[in-house]
Ligand binder design. Structure first.
Ligand SMILES: CC(C)(COP(=O)(O)OP(=O)(O)OC[C@H]1O[C@@H](n2cnc3c(N)ncnc32)[C@H](O)[C@@H]1OP(=O)(O)O)[C@@H](O)C(=O)NCCC(=O)NCCS
Length: 336
């Protein structure tokens, strides 16, 4: 980041958390009219993790954040700013960011939640990077966390097979060389009706009728969202690469939002990224919304793909409609 006097910023800690309980395709066969074969063929998903009753988004975020902060060689006291990308905060207020702040003991931090559905992590990350890059905050915590099982109708086979719960957190700090090179973000509110949760907000507060009508669950036009997702994964990746003067051939690790393996394969093919550079873990987690990109990034780190100097491209997309890409030159050290 060297535009307009922005400082270079890197990820110095990266950690994730998923709740232990598994929901497999076989389990779903007992709940709705579906089959393991259908789910695998149409989505690539085998299983997802689901919270136990009473567990909220800030609980998942806490586990990921404490590990990320320790990995960065810091304590929660060192964190200046917290942003939590989430569509499923523990409650309307206080924010999951405030609940997280006190759970981890980040006594110097301020923060807020950011609602961008499955683009939640890329939006939160972009915000946090700019807080550090502007020079006003030394250490920022960007979290993507969702308990999608709290807003999914387990009687609706067209959505309940897709989603899971999970969280990821990154710590951001200034760096001498490398780090974030650029971002490309966008929104198209006209696509809102394709993927939304009708009730529980100010327009339709919770009522006996809204509950009886199952209006507190995700509604989705799967085919339209599929078309949007494949289109934007390609256009956003191309835009951020062009802005940073890089090409697809330069990308070492591609981390797309994990919604459906068919969406990823379509975008990867269009972009021309070799398969061995693409991170896919949707089979194990399903679509964890804001948790998806940090979970995939952590998988890439665990299997040794995030070495110094490697170019990492990530793209998220989701309800809003929203999307966002980030390009990073991975670096392991050299604090600025
Ligand atoms: C949801 C999705 C997997 C459906 O796959 P698809 O190939 O488009 O399937 P269709 O919607 O055309 O449905 C085909 C048939 O399967 C049925 N079907 C839907 N869900 C099913 C399930 N879980 N099990 C069995 N059959 C199912 C449909 O009812 C339909 O039956 P019909 O032909 O008798 O009407 C796909 O559209 C998708 O992934 N969309 C994007 C969703 C997404 O990623 N959302 C989050 C974005 S962040």
């Amino acid at each position: 980041m060297n535009r307009a006097g922005l400082r270079k910023t890197r990820i110095s800690g990266l950690a994730t958390y998923v709740p232990p309980r598994l929901l497999t395709n076989k389990d779903l066969e007992m709940m709705v009219e579906t089959s393991n074969e259908w789910i695998l063929q149409r989505t690539g998903i085998r299983e997802r993790h689901i919270v136990d009753p009473g567990v909220g988004t800030s609980d998942l975020a806490k586990e990921a954040s404490l590990k990320a902060i320790a990995q960065a060689g810091l304590t929660p006291h060192d964190i200046d700013f917290i942003v939590v990308g989430t569509t499923t905060p523990d409650m309307v207020f206080p924010s999951a960011a405030c609940l997280l702040q006190t759970k981890i003991g980040a006594d110097r931090a301020w923060g807020f939640d950011l609602g961008a559905a499955c683009s939640g992590f890329t939006y939160a990350l972009t915000t946090a990077v700019h807080m550090v890059a502007a020079g006003t905050h030394a250490h920022a915590l960007a979290v993507g966390a969702d308990v999608m099982s709290s807003i999914i109708d387990y009687k609706d086979r067209s959505t309940c097979v897709l989603f899971g719960d999970g969280a990821g957190a990154v710590v951001l700090e200034r760096v001498g060389e490398g780090g974030f090179l650029g971002f490309e973000l966008g929104a198209d509110g006209s696509g809102g009706p394709q993927l939304y949760l009708p009730a529980g907000g100010s327009r339709t507060p919770a009522s006996a009728d809204s509950v009886a009508d199952r209006q507190h669950f995700v509604q989705m036009n799967g085919r339209e969202v599929f078309k949007f997702a494949t289109r934007v994964l390609v256009s956003s990746a191309e835009a951020v690469l062009a802005e940073c003067g890089r090409t697809i051939e330069d990308v070492d690790v591609y981390v797309p939002h994990q919604a459906n393996v068919r969406i990823i394969e379509y975008a990867t093919g269009k972009l021309g990224i070799p398969e061995d550079r693409v991170v896919i873990d949707v089979d194990r987690y399903g679509n964890t919304s804001s948790g998806s990109i940090p979970l995939a990034l952590a998988d890439a780190k665990a299997d040794g793909r995030l070495g110094p100097g490697r170019l990492v491209l990530m793209t998220g997309m989701g309800a809003g409609l929203t999307w966002g890409s980030g390009l990073i030159e991975w670096t392991d050290g050299g604090r600025a």
